[in-house]
Write a protein that binds this ligand. Structure first.
Ligand code: GCU
Ligand code: CA
Length: 744
């Protein structure tokens, strides 16, 4: 008989804990519910922890009376048990030292299931230098056992303790987002190195950062004198570039330095270029890249298509390690862009693929529209007797294996397979759903349009609702957006000419206001002085002469329209703050640059406007730069120039990047580093992703765009690629964006 007393005091009285205490009064065996407290520190050397090794004391600086040293073998483990007052998440900090030569990865298991794979326990410099890794894990109500298990033959690091903080989530009403790490990146700019990292959506205000550099594998040195509280980037002017340099950052909260981030290494004599190159296998042309944290380590991994026949999808870890391939099979060989095969992906304005953590387990899944003959990442073939019927498939991001599939409704099956555009949306304001926009053609005439929403709970994928356009006057376009247009916390699904509520009912349509099909539209906070979000769209051959329009995104009420004589196919339209002299965003197509809120030309000569392609933030100021035919440009309002003579900051094709259809990149999003955006191009051999990332410092501090609900949804959409937008006003004169209502 043994009773456990734990040095951490009771913090919270809950029914379960009280029962455990009563049991303790009576005494109980080690197998009964023990009476330890739920939150606080659990030493590795002391029950209820279980060390599959020896408790050592030979390296000073540990907490408690020793630390756990396990054999250097794969599977070496230490386990901790604690109580949680309710099901949800717990934040656990694992204290450790690693004086070995490499990062030692370990899985974190909760109650037998791996919830974080291969968490890197980085080198701490010496066995008596202690650090900690913090992860958020799902927990059950009651007792939970966390095991930290070595995934390589190097074994585990020396483990000192587990600090537990339970009851942290998921907060009611908050949307579940990704538990990203700092996303440290470093690129050369001449003899300097720009190091940049993420501010996270829920970081405490006033958080500072220290930046560390280890040159040639040597001891880390802190580069900054006092914690950095401005932009989350640092210009290192003193690096020895003939050696490798690893950079890490450590947050400083309330004057206390926290755990250092995983490192980013700039190799010795690295090319002087604003880019990170991710090696790929050889393969065919790539149209699209998606990012998601496939393995749960806090970094974005990459999924690409291969435009071969049959088509393929490949996944790579963030360092370029090949993970898996899916072969889309014989039904992907018909790549007609209007009536392609039942398993064809990524032609025309279609995709049929996206990447997101749909079940909220901390790892992204890959959603794909499949049909007979698709072979998954684990080699299993999907067999179905009918080649036209299609299925929504959720693949495991780590293996490419099928988790579950569900049949696409057959309403329009008689007209053949349907191509698809996918989006991830938080339709209930908390959990993510997959929304599938699907169309096919009736003979040589009109189109059927069906929009469906799908829930994946970790086991099953199920349809939540189906919306059929029928003969309704609800114009669609070439890409979709998912954003909370009315600010009620739940996302709506928007097309160029209509918006669906999160429950699949029609919210409004612009068809009755004279809007028809067009190629581009945007929804953003274009006018910060007016509540809510605004929309801007362009028109293709509208018989009324309508070229472009601006509307209230919550209601669809028109604010202004530009109508000219004759008709025109206005194939491009852009929105972003590129002229700080006028509050709010500019919008432009081919008829001049307008300040959206005032509906005034900012430059009277309508030929002196940039090309309406895509925007991105790059140079460190608050106005938007542009990505146009591979060039990163900045339109200068004080010296306005036409397309092709805008001041150029970079030419991405000069570094070997190639553009896809419609001069588009494979992805333009905030992939890593600070809030500024990356643009992802393949090289011409298609065996490398070149991720262009800024090399210019900025003193502007904004939380990562990937933690902004509207922007992160946008990152999951393709179609005719357009700029993503945050759901607050980002531009000159902006106020600090509100803390996002998210949990991770
Ligand atoms: C050294 C060190 C141990 C450590 C071991 C390891 O022997 O003294 O504390 O556990 O290396 O590589 O794991
Ligand atoms: Ca970035």
């Amino acid at each position: 008989m043994e009773t456990f007393t734990h040095k951490v005091p009771w913090r919270r009285w809950v029914a379960g804990a009280a029962v455990a205490l009563l049991a303790a009064v009576g005494g109980f065996t080690a197998s009964a519910a023990p009476s330890y407290a739920q939150d606080g520190r659990y030493e590795a050397e002391q029950p209820p922890a279980a060390c599959d090794g020896t408790v050592d004391t030979n390296h000073s600086g540990y907490s408690g009376t020793g630390f756990c040293n396990t054999p250097n073998t794969l599977g070496a483990a230490v386990a901790f048990t604690f109580n949680a007052p309710q099901a949800g998440t717990a934040t656990i900090e694992i204290g450790y030292a690693n004086g070995g030569s490499d990062t030692r990865p370990a899985d974190v298991q909760v109650n037998g299931s791996t919830v974080r794979s291969a968490v890197g326990f980085a080198n701490t410099g010496a066995w008596n230098a202690w650090s900690a890794n913090t992860v958020t894990v799902p927990v059950n109500a009651g007792a939970n056992t966390v095991r930290v298990v070595a995934t390589t033959a190097s074994g585990l690091v020396n483990v000192d303790y587990l600090d537990v903080s339970t009851g942290g989530g998921p907060a009611e009403g908050s949307r579940r987002m990704e538990d990203l790490d700092r996303g440290v990146v470093a690129v050369r700019n001449g003899s300097n190195v720009l190091v940049s990292w993420r501010l996270l959506g829920l970081d405490p205000t006033g958080i500072g950062f220290n930046v560390y550099r280890s040159t040639g594998g040597g001891t880390e040195v802190k580069l900054n004198a006092s914690p950095l509280t401005g932009g989350t980037n640092y210009l290192d002017r003193a690096a020895n570039l003939s050696q490798s340099n690893q950079y890490r950052v450590a947050p400083v909260v309330g004057g206390v330095e926290q755990q250092r981030s995983p490192g980013f290494t700039l190799t010795a004599n690295h090319a002087d270029e604003p880019a990170v190159r991710i090696p790929l296998r050889n393969g065919g042309p790539i149209n699209f890249t998606w990012v998601g944290d496939l393995d749960g380590d806090g970094d974005y991994d990459y999924v690409v298509d291969r435009q071969t026949s049959p088509q393929k999808i490949e996944a790579y870890a963030d360092d370029g390690t090949f993970l898996w391939e899916v072969n889309m099979g014989p039904n992907s060989t018909d790549q007609n862009n209007i009536e392609g095969g039942s398993a064809t992906i990524d032609v025309g304005h279609n995709d049929g693929v996206t990447v997101y953590d749909f079940d909220g387990d901390g790892r992204s899944e890959v959603a794909v529209r499949i049909a007979n003959g698709v072979t998954f990442g684990n080699g299993v073939r999907f067999n179905h007797a009918n080649n036209t019927e299609q299925f929504i498939a959720i693949l495991d991001g780590r293996t490419g294996a099928l988790r579950d599939s569900a049949k696409v409704p057959t309403d329009y099956l008689a007209d053949g397979p349907m191509y698809a555009r996918f989006a991830a949306c938080h339709l209930d304001g908390e959990k993510a759903s997959l929304v599938a926009f699907m169309k096919n053609r009736i003979g040589n005439g009109g189109f059927n349009l069906m929009i469906t929403a799908w829930d994946f709970d970790g086991t099953n994928v199920d349809m939540q609702w189906k919306w059929l356009r029928g003969n309704g006057n609800h114009p669609d376009g070439h890409n979709s957006r998912c954003i909370d247009v009315d600010g009620n916390g739940t996302d709506e699904f928007a097309e160029i000419g209509f918006v669906l509520n999160g429950d699949g009912t029609l919210k409004y349509s612009l068809g009755s206001q004279g809007i028809i099909h067009g190629d581009r539209f945007h929804i953003a906070d274009m006018d910060p002085s007016r509540p809510g979000l605004e929309g801007y769209g362009v028109q293709q051959d509208n018989p009324s002469g309508l070229r472009e329009y601006y509307y209230d995104a919550a209601t669809g009420r028109m604010i202004w329209k530009h109508t000219l004589s004759g008709t025109a196919d206005v194939g491009r339209g852009m929105a972003g703050d590129i002229d700080p002299r006028h509050p709010g965003m500019e919008v432009w197509s081919f008829d001049g640059l307008y300040n959206a809120p005032t509906n005034r030309l900012t430059e009277p000569d309508t030929s002196l406007r940039p090309y309406p392609q895509m925007g991105l933030w790059w140079d460190g100021d608050i106005t938007m730069e542009l990505f146009n035919s591979g060039k990163i440009e900045k339109w200068d309002p004080s010296n306005p120039t036409p397309t092709n003579s805008a001041p150029r900051l970079e030419q991405t094709t000069g570094y070997g990047g190639v553009l896809g259809p419609r001069s588009q990149p494979t992805l333009l999003a905030d992939v890593f580093g600070d809030w500024r955006e990356e643009v992802v191009l393949p090289n011409s051999s298609y065996n490398q992703l070149i991720i262009f990332t800024t090399d210019r410092p900025s003193d502007i501090r904004l939380y990562t765009l990937a933690h902004n609900p509207g922007y992160r949804n946008d990152m999951t959409v393709k179609g005719y690629m357009q700029s993503h937008h945050v759901d607050y006003f980002l531009g000159a004169g902006m106020s600090t964006p509100p803390r996002p209502d998210i949990t991770y």
